[in-house]
Design a protein around this ligand. Sequence first.
Ligand code: F6P
Length: 321
Amino acid sequence: MSIKRIGVLTSGGDGPGMNAAIRAVVRYAWHMKLEVMGIYRGYAGLINGEIALLDRRSVSNIINRGGTILKTARSEEFKTVKGQKRAVELLKTHGIDGLVVIGGDGTYHGGRVLSQKWNIPCIGLPGTIDNDINGTDSTIGYDTAINTAIDAIDKIRDTATSMERIFVVEVMGRASGSIALQVALGSGAEDVIIPERKYDIAGMCHDIVEGNLRGKVSWIIVVAEGKAKAGDIAKQITDLTSLETRVAVLGHVQRGGNPTVRDRNLGARLGQKAVELLLEGKSGKAVGVISDKINVVDFEEAIKKRKVNTNDLYNLVRILT
Ligand code: F6P
Protein backbone atom coordinates (compact mmCIF):
# COMPACT_ATOMS: atom_id res chain seq x y z
CA MET A 1 0.00 0.00 0.00
CA SER A 2 1.43 3.39 -0.87
CA ILE A 3 1.41 5.97 1.90
CA LYS A 4 -0.25 9.31 1.16
CA ARG A 5 -1.16 10.68 4.53
CA ILE A 6 0.54 10.07 7.87
CA GLY A 7 -0.38 10.89 11.45
CA VAL A 8 1.90 11.97 14.28
CA LEU A 9 1.27 11.90 18.03
CA THR A 10 3.13 12.35 21.30
CA SER A 11 2.19 10.21 24.28
CA GLY A 12 3.25 9.66 27.91
CA GLY A 13 5.52 12.12 29.71
CA ASP A 14 6.62 15.02 27.52
CA GLY A 15 10.28 15.79 26.92
CA PRO A 16 12.14 18.77 25.45
CA GLY A 17 12.91 18.08 21.80
CA MET A 18 9.56 16.47 21.02
CA ASN A 19 8.57 19.62 19.14
CA ALA A 20 11.73 19.43 17.05
CA ALA A 21 10.80 15.83 16.20
CA ILE A 22 7.21 16.80 15.29
CA ARG A 23 8.53 19.62 13.10
CA ALA A 24 10.89 17.23 11.31
CA VAL A 25 8.15 14.66 10.73
CA VAL A 26 5.79 17.31 9.36
CA ARG A 27 8.27 19.14 7.16
CA TYR A 28 10.01 16.05 5.84
CA ALA A 29 6.68 14.39 5.07
CA TRP A 30 5.49 17.42 3.10
CA HIS A 31 8.89 17.49 1.36
CA MET A 32 8.15 13.90 0.28
CA LYS A 33 4.67 14.96 -0.90
CA LEU A 34 2.80 13.39 2.00
CA GLU A 35 0.05 15.02 4.01
CA VAL A 36 0.33 15.08 7.79
CA MET A 37 -2.37 14.92 10.43
CA GLY A 38 -1.58 15.91 14.00
CA ILE A 39 -3.23 13.73 16.64
CA TYR A 40 -3.65 15.62 19.91
CA ARG A 41 -3.29 14.15 23.43
CA GLY A 42 -1.72 10.87 22.37
CA TYR A 43 -3.76 7.68 22.08
CA ALA A 44 -6.49 9.23 24.26
CA GLY A 45 -6.95 12.01 21.71
CA LEU A 46 -6.86 9.52 18.86
CA ILE A 47 -9.81 7.66 20.39
CA ASN A 48 -11.63 10.98 20.77
CA GLY A 49 -10.91 11.99 17.18
CA GLU A 50 -8.76 14.99 18.13
CA ILE A 51 -7.13 15.10 14.72
CA ALA A 52 -6.25 18.08 12.49
CA LEU A 53 -4.12 18.80 9.46
CA LEU A 54 -0.59 20.02 10.14
CA ASP A 55 0.85 22.05 7.30
CA ARG A 56 4.44 23.24 7.05
CA ARG A 57 3.64 26.53 8.75
CA SER A 58 1.86 24.90 11.69
CA VAL A 59 5.24 23.84 13.06
CA SER A 60 6.93 27.24 12.69
CA ASN A 61 8.84 28.52 15.71
CA ILE A 62 8.52 25.39 17.80
CA ILE A 63 12.02 23.96 17.38
CA ASN A 64 13.23 25.88 20.43
CA ARG A 65 10.27 25.10 22.70
CA GLY A 66 9.97 22.43 25.38
CA GLY A 67 6.83 20.34 25.83
CA THR A 68 4.81 19.22 22.84
CA ILE A 69 2.47 21.30 20.70
CA LEU A 70 0.41 18.15 20.19
CA LYS A 71 -0.16 17.84 23.96
CA THR A 72 0.28 14.46 25.56
CA ALA A 73 -1.56 12.04 27.81
CA ARG A 74 -1.56 8.50 29.11
CA SER A 75 -4.57 6.41 28.02
CA GLU A 76 -6.12 3.50 29.90
CA GLU A 77 -8.84 3.18 27.27
CA PHE A 78 -6.33 2.46 24.53
CA LYS A 79 -5.28 -0.65 26.46
CA THR A 80 -8.72 -2.17 25.79
CA VAL A 81 -9.77 -3.82 22.53
CA LYS A 82 -12.73 -1.45 22.33
CA GLY A 83 -10.43 1.57 22.57
CA GLN A 84 -8.04 0.14 19.98
CA LYS A 85 -10.91 -0.59 17.57
CA ARG A 86 -12.12 2.97 17.89
CA ALA A 87 -8.59 4.30 17.30
CA VAL A 88 -8.19 2.21 14.15
CA GLU A 89 -11.61 3.32 12.86
CA LEU A 90 -10.65 6.96 13.32
CA LEU A 91 -7.31 6.48 11.57
CA LYS A 92 -9.20 4.99 8.62
CA THR A 93 -11.86 7.75 8.66
CA HIS A 94 -9.12 10.38 8.44
CA GLY A 95 -7.31 8.51 5.68
CA ILE A 96 -4.19 8.07 7.82
CA ASP A 97 -2.18 5.20 6.40
CA GLY A 98 0.93 5.45 8.56
CA LEU A 99 1.66 6.68 12.05
CA VAL A 100 4.64 8.15 13.89
CA VAL A 101 4.39 7.79 17.68
CA ILE A 102 6.75 9.74 19.91
CA GLY A 103 7.15 8.74 23.56
CA GLY A 104 8.50 6.19 26.00
CA ASP A 105 7.82 2.52 26.61
CA GLY A 106 4.03 2.94 27.05
CA THR A 107 3.89 4.71 23.70
CA TYR A 108 5.91 1.91 22.10
CA HIS A 109 3.57 -0.71 23.56
CA GLY A 110 0.73 1.14 21.84
CA GLY A 111 2.67 1.32 18.58
CA ARG A 112 3.37 -2.39 18.75
CA VAL A 113 -0.31 -3.19 19.23
CA LEU A 114 -1.33 -0.97 16.31
CA SER A 115 1.25 -2.43 13.96
CA GLN A 116 1.04 -6.10 14.94
CA LYS A 117 -2.58 -6.57 15.89
CA TRP A 118 -4.28 -4.00 13.69
CA ASN A 119 -1.90 -3.83 10.78
CA ILE A 120 -1.41 -0.06 10.96
CA PRO A 121 2.06 0.94 9.73
CA CYS A 122 3.66 2.50 12.77
CA ILE A 123 7.12 3.84 13.62
CA GLY A 124 8.25 4.98 17.08
CA LEU A 125 10.62 7.72 18.18
CA PRO A 126 12.04 7.64 21.74
CA GLY A 127 10.68 10.71 23.50
CA THR A 128 11.26 10.58 27.24
CA ILE A 129 13.66 12.21 29.66
CA ASP A 130 14.31 8.84 31.33
CA ASN A 131 16.67 7.38 28.70
CA ASP A 132 15.26 3.94 29.34
CA ILE A 133 14.66 2.72 25.77
CA ASN A 134 16.83 0.11 24.01
CA GLY A 135 18.33 0.75 20.61
CA THR A 136 19.40 4.33 21.19
CA ASP A 137 22.21 5.95 23.14
CA SER A 138 19.92 8.77 24.13
CA THR A 139 16.20 9.51 24.12
CA ILE A 140 14.74 12.86 23.04
CA GLY A 141 14.59 15.06 26.15
CA TYR A 142 17.25 13.28 28.16
CA ASP A 143 20.11 15.66 27.38
CA THR A 144 18.03 18.72 28.26
CA ALA A 145 16.83 17.08 31.48
CA ILE A 146 20.33 16.26 32.71
CA ASN A 147 21.50 19.78 31.92
CA THR A 148 18.54 21.24 33.78
CA ALA A 149 19.16 18.97 36.76
CA ILE A 150 22.85 19.75 36.89
CA ASP A 151 22.17 23.47 36.77
CA ALA A 152 19.91 23.05 39.80
CA ILE A 153 22.45 20.92 41.68
CA ASP A 154 25.22 23.47 41.03
CA LYS A 155 23.01 26.03 42.75
CA ILE A 156 22.27 23.66 45.62
CA ARG A 157 26.01 23.13 46.05
CA ASP A 158 26.50 26.85 46.69
CA THR A 159 24.20 26.79 49.68
CA ALA A 160 25.30 23.30 50.78
CA THR A 161 28.93 24.39 51.07
CA SER A 162 28.09 27.76 52.62
CA MET A 163 25.89 26.31 55.31
CA GLU A 164 27.88 23.09 55.65
CA ARG A 165 25.02 20.72 55.10
CA ILE A 166 24.20 17.40 53.54
CA PHE A 167 21.75 17.71 50.64
CA VAL A 168 19.79 14.78 49.30
CA VAL A 169 18.63 15.66 45.79
CA GLU A 170 15.91 13.59 44.13
CA VAL A 171 15.89 13.46 40.36
CA MET A 172 13.43 11.82 37.93
CA GLY A 173 13.79 8.31 36.58
CA ARG A 174 11.03 5.87 37.42
CA ALA A 175 12.87 2.71 36.54
CA SER A 176 16.15 4.09 35.34
CA GLY A 177 19.15 5.64 37.04
CA SER A 178 20.45 7.28 33.86
CA ILE A 179 19.63 10.83 34.90
CA ALA A 180 20.88 10.28 38.45
CA LEU A 181 24.19 8.74 37.41
CA GLN A 182 25.01 11.39 34.84
CA VAL A 183 24.19 14.32 37.07
CA ALA A 184 25.93 12.75 40.06
CA LEU A 185 29.15 12.44 38.07
CA GLY A 186 28.79 15.83 36.41
CA SER A 187 27.96 17.70 39.59
CA GLY A 188 30.62 16.05 41.70
CA ALA A 189 28.09 14.44 44.02
CA GLU A 190 29.46 12.27 46.81
CA ASP A 191 27.05 9.39 46.28
CA VAL A 192 24.18 8.26 44.09
CA ILE A 193 21.27 5.90 44.63
CA ILE A 194 19.77 4.30 41.51
CA PRO A 195 17.20 1.58 40.73
CA GLU A 196 19.84 -0.62 39.08
CA ARG A 197 21.90 -1.08 42.27
CA LYS A 198 21.42 -1.96 45.89
CA TYR A 199 22.42 0.76 48.29
CA ASP A 200 23.88 0.58 51.73
CA ILE A 201 22.74 3.44 53.91
CA ALA A 202 24.86 2.34 56.88
CA GLY A 203 27.98 2.27 54.68
CA MET A 204 27.14 5.68 53.26
CA CYS A 205 26.70 7.12 56.74
CA HIS A 206 29.95 5.55 57.88
CA ASP A 207 31.75 7.36 55.02
CA ILE A 208 29.98 10.61 55.91
CA VAL A 209 31.04 10.42 59.57
CA GLU A 210 34.62 9.54 58.60
CA GLY A 211 34.72 12.42 56.16
CA ASN A 212 33.28 14.74 58.76
CA LEU A 213 36.03 13.77 61.22
CA ARG A 214 38.56 14.72 58.53
CA GLY A 215 36.90 18.14 58.21
CA LYS A 216 34.52 17.55 55.31
CA VAL A 217 31.39 19.60 55.85
CA SER A 218 29.04 19.25 52.93
CA TRP A 219 27.70 16.47 50.76
CA ILE A 220 25.44 16.07 47.77
CA ILE A 221 23.69 12.71 47.51
CA VAL A 222 21.69 12.19 44.31
CA VAL A 223 18.70 9.82 44.46
CA ALA A 224 16.72 8.48 41.51
CA GLU A 225 13.02 8.71 42.39
CA GLY A 226 12.45 5.12 41.27
CA LYS A 227 14.68 3.73 44.00
CA ALA A 228 14.00 5.83 47.08
CA LYS A 229 12.48 9.04 48.31
CA ALA A 230 14.93 11.80 49.15
CA GLY A 231 13.06 12.60 52.37
CA ASP A 232 13.47 9.04 53.66
CA ILE A 233 17.15 8.92 52.81
CA ALA A 234 17.76 12.30 54.47
CA LYS A 235 15.99 11.18 57.64
CA GLN A 236 18.03 8.00 57.81
CA ILE A 237 21.26 9.96 57.36
CA THR A 238 20.35 12.38 60.14
CA ASP A 239 19.35 9.50 62.42
CA LEU A 240 22.60 7.65 61.82
CA THR A 241 25.07 10.56 61.75
CA SER A 242 23.37 13.32 63.76
CA LEU A 243 24.33 15.70 60.94
CA GLU A 244 21.93 18.22 59.48
CA THR A 245 20.33 17.32 56.15
CA ARG A 246 18.15 19.09 53.62
CA VAL A 247 16.10 17.72 50.77
CA ALA A 248 15.54 19.03 47.24
CA VAL A 249 13.12 17.25 44.90
CA LEU A 250 13.77 18.58 41.41
CA GLY A 251 10.56 17.06 39.99
CA HIS A 252 8.93 18.30 36.82
CA VAL A 253 11.36 21.19 36.37
CA GLN A 254 13.46 18.51 34.67
CA ARG A 255 10.81 17.96 32.02
CA GLY A 256 10.59 21.54 30.80
CA GLY A 257 12.69 24.22 29.18
CA ASN A 258 14.22 24.92 25.81
CA PRO A 259 15.75 21.77 24.37
CA THR A 260 19.52 21.53 24.03
CA VAL A 261 21.07 21.36 20.56
CA ARG A 262 21.53 17.61 21.04
CA ASP A 263 17.84 17.04 21.73
CA ARG A 264 16.69 19.27 18.88
CA ASN A 265 18.98 17.59 16.38
CA LEU A 266 18.18 14.12 17.66
CA GLY A 267 14.49 14.91 17.15
CA ALA A 268 15.18 16.23 13.65
CA ARG A 269 17.21 13.21 12.53
CA LEU A 270 14.83 10.66 14.01
CA GLY A 271 11.79 12.46 12.61
CA GLN A 272 13.17 12.30 9.10
CA LYS A 273 14.03 8.61 9.47
CA ALA A 274 10.56 7.74 10.73
CA VAL A 275 8.96 9.17 7.60
CA GLU A 276 11.50 7.41 5.39
CA LEU A 277 10.73 4.08 7.03
CA LEU A 278 6.99 4.52 6.49
CA LEU A 279 7.66 5.33 2.82
CA GLU A 280 9.76 2.15 2.56
CA GLY A 281 6.77 0.17 3.81
CA LYS A 282 8.32 -0.58 7.23
CA SER A 283 6.25 -0.94 10.38
CA GLY A 284 6.64 -1.93 14.03
CA LYS A 285 10.06 -0.28 14.29
CA ALA A 286 11.66 2.08 16.77
CA VAL A 287 14.32 4.53 15.62
CA GLY A 288 17.32 5.64 17.64
CA VAL A 289 20.93 6.73 17.32
CA ILE A 290 23.88 4.56 18.38
CA SER A 291 27.40 6.01 18.14
CA ASP A 292 26.00 8.82 16.01
CA LYS A 293 24.45 6.45 13.46
CA ILE A 294 20.72 5.97 12.98
CA ASN A 295 19.66 2.62 14.42
CA VAL A 296 16.38 0.81 13.83
CA VAL A 297 15.04 -1.99 16.06
CA ASP A 298 11.69 -3.75 16.49
CA PHE A 299 9.36 -2.32 19.14
CA GLU A 300 9.84 -5.57 21.14
CA GLU A 301 13.56 -4.98 21.36
CA ALA A 302 13.17 -1.29 22.23
CA ILE A 303 10.93 -2.00 25.22
CA LYS A 304 12.78 -5.01 26.65
CA LYS A 305 14.17 -4.45 30.11
CA ARG A 306 17.38 -2.51 29.65
CA LYS A 307 20.62 -4.16 30.61
CA VAL A 308 22.95 -1.36 31.56
CA ASN A 309 26.28 -1.69 33.23
CA THR A 310 26.33 1.03 35.83
CA ASN A 311 29.61 -0.05 37.46
CA ASP A 312 32.00 2.30 35.66
CA LEU A 313 30.03 5.48 36.20
CA TYR A 314 29.04 4.56 39.74
CA ASN A 315 32.62 3.70 40.73
CA LEU A 316 33.89 6.92 39.20
CA VAL A 317 31.39 8.98 41.19
CA ARG A 318 32.65 7.31 44.36
CA ILE A 319 36.37 7.54 43.49
CA LEU A 320 36.19 11.24 42.63
CA THR A 321 34.52 12.35 45.86
O1 F6P B 1 8.64 8.90 32.21
C1 F6P B 1 8.99 10.23 32.35
C2 F6P B 1 8.75 10.72 33.74
O2 F6P B 1 9.12 12.07 33.82
C3 F6P B 1 9.41 9.91 34.85
O3 F6P B 1 10.76 10.28 35.05
C4 F6P B 1 8.54 10.23 36.03
O4 F6P B 1 8.58 9.22 36.99
C5 F6P B 1 7.17 10.32 35.41
O5 F6P B 1 7.36 10.65 34.05
C6 F6P B 1 6.27 11.34 36.06
O6 F6P B 1 5.02 11.22 35.50
P1 F6P B 1 3.87 12.31 35.71
O7 F6P B 1 4.25 13.52 34.92
O8 F6P B 1 2.65 11.66 35.23
O9 F6P B 1 3.85 12.63 37.18
